[in-house]
Design a protein around this ligand. Structure first.
Ligand code: TRP
Ligand code: ZN
Length: 861
């Protein structure tokens, strides 16, 4: 078998497989270095498809044997798999291969993590397990038999329902067998197997039709006390999907397994979700409020995939957003329902602007549904996920809530059991609503962030808004056509009363005017309420107007946005000409912070300001070359100005938002802790860390302990606490990840690379573990001024480690290389420093397909 040479795959070249599989029988004889996989599959021709060579994927397999209808198979190795001589009639395939899970550091296929066997098959990992048509449009029922020695793997799980379990203790070593059967046809990417010494945290959920489902979260001994929160989140998710989407769970059991070595967050394998332990394990002592919130969202996300992804899957990987955009949208709706909707919306927009906007405005820009790729793992992006979710939100806004529900019902009814496309998805909406969505479809095909420019005119009691849209060229797409942009707006009168409640404008042309007659006094528009479209709004209004909206907007998103724009303007002015922080902003913000009628979580978000990386992006867009040191200084100055301006009430704000009683991760106490910790950050600038030291000493939960440690580091008082923290938590991987990351995040810019380098020499820097690698290298790239320090040390350090990691784990390497995607924003010296590192990486012999594709795209034509 040869390695697949780098090759570009195109959406337009899609062809069906040509064969149908009803049932797959797999037997695994587990062994750490020599696992045998035996597959028995019945194939029958799909007579709708022209006859063509019979091809099965396979990568890194040691072939043992293969038979077609009982005879030795006539097979030829080709790039990425084998071609087999088969009859053009139904036949039985039987093959045996050997694989080495211990040597699998890429964490794709069958691998070992902390002594336990686990799998990751999305997107194309199943081909590392056995010969198979590893494509999502081939769906089959799987029966899986797992055999092993009982000592190290007493628990052996696969998809579907457990049928049989046997332990034979008369043998030495004792052996065990378990059999799982999944009644629902599925593509191979949803296959999963887990075996190891695991303990279950169990529960039961009774579905809407009265069926009992056995629930279990499986963890390594010692982690049992970190499962309760995840279990509650799972039950809430199951109930919510019944209540809101009418979707019932469809197996007798639902298993979640926590794994330490994992490339991403979690995976929705049918009936057997596998989670990065950081995305499921939590206790008050070890997890922050942000961790709890993320865990709840990811548990929901993976659970929701059972319908949007598994029952209805994707025809091919170009349709990835069909399941991911929709499932993100669903998990965002869930979070909005479980917690505060405005806070959830603002958080989602913050994440979109932090991750998706830079992607869409740089060399990696691609449509929500890409049209080509070399390595599909490189397309699990913020664009596919987060912009994909925004596109669904826009569709819902355009058709309305009732029509959205009807369309979704039709989607589940029409496509259950299908491997579907974006065309199928849009057709359902067209059929349910009678609307023509051909122009809307551009959201899936056109990349880049549209800009919407607003111009206001008022005469004869009529306010007229003239909107213009445009999208800058992106790689491969020089010309952009107008998109359908739903713009929610409301009007306020000068007293702050709403004179026009939120309504949706449909911008479909390059330029379009909307008139609002009957306003005797000039109303003040609040535009793009709830961030109703993933666009950049250009609305040149003065700071006085923004301060008015900060004080009065009835839309919580736009009220927050008004404060954000004031902060942004203040920062840009001080970066570009040293203007001191805007006192009108500080006054308006102070009033909001002291308004105890407002949710503490919302006030905590108000206290935030645009990140340094966001500021660099904005400057670049307005034609100014960003200076990371100047951006850092201005950001610090604004924080310092807040501390000084709010000095009188910060202690009260801090005290009022302390929580009492036992720790609860619920939204309300978490919001108070968020506000108290935001206040602590400012107080630390005034009291040299006294309050932080007291909080550190008293903290009985990670949210407060970590915030206090961060504040102490900022105050230059963190050394002892840092040591104490390490000693306290040295046996808890997830907490030690925080310890690594925090030191880098709170380093001074000239020392960020040095701190990171020194940490890579720490005995606990287990760089093959993605969480640990990201704790240091991810924190380094998130520290804008540190990463972009003029000496280029951080660029070189990151490149060194990417080069080292690539042969071990290409997926994580390629993902981390996106740190360089914004390189064209910066000055020629920095560009040259980065280009040198990109070239150095590209020149590595045997560089993975994953990293090659990313570096090539980042480097640009
Ligand atoms: N489908 C997963 C999700 O969105 C993500 C995923 C894709 C993944 N590829 C992966 C997770 C590889 C882990 C490893 O929930
Ligand atoms: Zn997903």
């Amino acid at each position: 078998m040869r390695d697949a040479a780098p090759q570009t795959i195109y959406l337009k070249d899609y062809k069906p497989f040509g064969w149908i599989i009803d049932d797959v029988h797999l037997t695994f004889r587990l062994h750490p270095t020599a696992t045998r996989v035996i597959s028995r599959i019945r194939f029958r021709p799909d007579y709708d498809v022209p006859d063509r060579p019979f091809f099965l994927h396979g990568e890194g397999l040691t072939h043992v044997s293969a038979r077609v209808d009982g005879h030795d198979a006539d097979l030829t190795e080709v790039a990425g798999g084998i071609e087999v001589n088969v009859p053009h009639a139904p036949f039985n395939w039987e093959a045996e291969v050997e694989i080495n899970p211990s040597a699998n550091t890429a964490l794709e296929g069958l691998y070992m993590s902390g002594g336990m066997y686990c799998t990751q098959c999305e997107a194309e990992g199943f081909r590392k397990i056995t010969w198979y048509p590893d494509r999502p449009d081939v769906m089959a029922r799987f029966t899986v038999r797992i055999e092993s020695d009982a000592q190290n793997t007493p628990v052996m799980l696969s998809n579907g329902n457990g049928l049989y379990y046997e332990q034979d203790s008369t043998k030495t070593p004792a052996s065990n067998v378990s059999i799982y059967q999944d009644p629902w046809p599925k593509p191979a990417y949803l296959f999963a197997l887990v075996a190891g010494n695991l303990i279950a945290h169990e529960d039961t959920f009774t579905t809407m039709s009265g069926k009992d489902v056995h629930l279990a979260i499986w963890v390594r001994p010692g982690d049992e006390h970190k499962c309760a929160f995840g279990m509650e989140a799972l039950k809430k998710s199951m109930k919510w999907d019944e209540d809101i989407y009418g979707r019932e769970y469809d197996l007798d059991e639902f298993n979640i397994v926590a794994v330490d070595d994992f490339n991403m967050g979690a995976m929705e394998n049918k009936g057997l979700n596998i989670f990065n332990s950081s995305c499921v394990l939590a206790s008050p002592e070890t997890a922050t409020d942000a961790n709890f919130e993320r865990i709840e969202a990811i548990i929901a996300h993976e659970y929701f995939h059972n319908w949007t992804g598994n029952r209805i899957t994707c025809r091919d990987w170009f349709q990835l957003c069909l399941k991911e955009g929709l499932t993100v949208f669903r998990d965002q709706q869930f979070t909005a329902d479980m917690r505060s909707a405005p806070v959830a919306r603002i958080s989602n927009v913050l994440a979109l602007r932090a991750r998706q906007f830079p992607e869409d405005q740089g060399p990696l820009s691609h449509p929500v549904r890409p049209e080509s790729f070399q390595e599909i793992n490189n397309f699990y992006t913020a664009t596919v996920y987060e912009k994909g979710a925004e596109v669904i939100g826009m569709l819902k806004t355009l058709v309305g809530d009732a029509a959205y529900s009807r369309a979704l019902d039709l989607y589940f009814e029409r496509h259950d059991g299908d491997a579907a496309t974006i065309e199928d998805w849009l057709k359902v909406f067209e059929d349910a609503t009678g609307r023509d969505l051909s122009q809307f479809k551009r959201w899936y095909a056109q990349s880049g962030t549209p800009r919407v420019h607003v111009q206001e005119a008022y005469s004869g009691e009529t306010l007229t808004l003239t909107l213009r849209q445009s999208t800058a060229p992106t790689p491969g797409q020089p010309d952009k056509a107008p998109q359908v942009i739903p713009i929610k707006i409301g009007l306020l009168n000068p007293n702050g009363d709403e004179v026009q409640p939120t309504t949706v404008l449909e911008l479909t042309k390059a330029k379009q005017s909307f008139a609002f007659p009957g306003h005797a006094t000039r109303p003040i528009p609040s535009i793009l309420r709830d961030f109703s479209a993933p666009v950049i709004l250009d609305h040149e209004i003065d700071n006085e107007r923004r301060a008015f909206l900060l004080a009065h907007d009835t839309d919580p998103f736009n009220r927050w946005e008004a404060g954000r724009m004031l902060a942004r303007n203040s920062l840009i002015a001080s970066i570009t000409d040293g203007t001191p922080p805007d006192t009108a902003y500080l006054d308006g913000l102070g009033a909001v912070l002291c308004d105890t009628g407002l949710d503490p979580a919302y006030r905590a978000l108000m206290l935030g300001q645009p990140s340094q990386s966001e500021l660099a992006g904005l400057l670049h867009q307005s034609g100014t070359v960003p200076d990371p040191a100047a951006i850092h200084a201005a950001s610090e100055d604004l924080r310092q100005a807040k501390a000084t301006a709010f000095a009188d009430f910060l202690p009260t704000l801090y005290a009022e938002n302390q929580t009492e009683g036992p720790f609860s991760p619920e939204a309300e106490p978490a919001g108070k802790r968020a506000l108290a910790n935001a206040a602590l950050g400012l107080l630390t600038r005034l009291d040299q860390g006294a309050t932080a030291a007291a909080q550190y000493a008293q903290a009985d939960n990670m949210t407060q302990q970590l915030a206090a440690l961060g504040a102490l580091l900022d105050a230059g008082q963190g050394e002892n606490a840092l040591d104490a923290f390490y000693r306290q938590w040295r046996d808890d991987r997830l907490v030690i990840d925080k310890w690594f990351g925090l030191q880098v995040l709170h380093s001074k810019p000239h020392d960020t690379a040095g701190t990171a380098r020194q940490l890579t020499g720490h005995a606990d820097f287990d760089w093959k573990n993605p969480n640990r690698f990201r704790a240091v290298m991810g924190a380094m790239q998130m520290h804008h001024a540190g990463f972009h320090h003029g000496d280029g040390a951080a660029y070189a350090l990151l490149a060194d480690w990417l080069i080292r990691l690539d042969p071990v784990n290409p997926q994580t390497t390629a993902r981390m290389s996106t740190a360089f995607q914004t390189w064209k924003r910066y000055d020629p010296q920095r560009q040259a420093l980065i280009a040198a590192q990109l070239d150095r990486i590209a020149a590595q012999p045997g560089l993975s397909r994953d990293t090659t594709e990313m570096i090539t795209r980042i480097r640009g034509a």
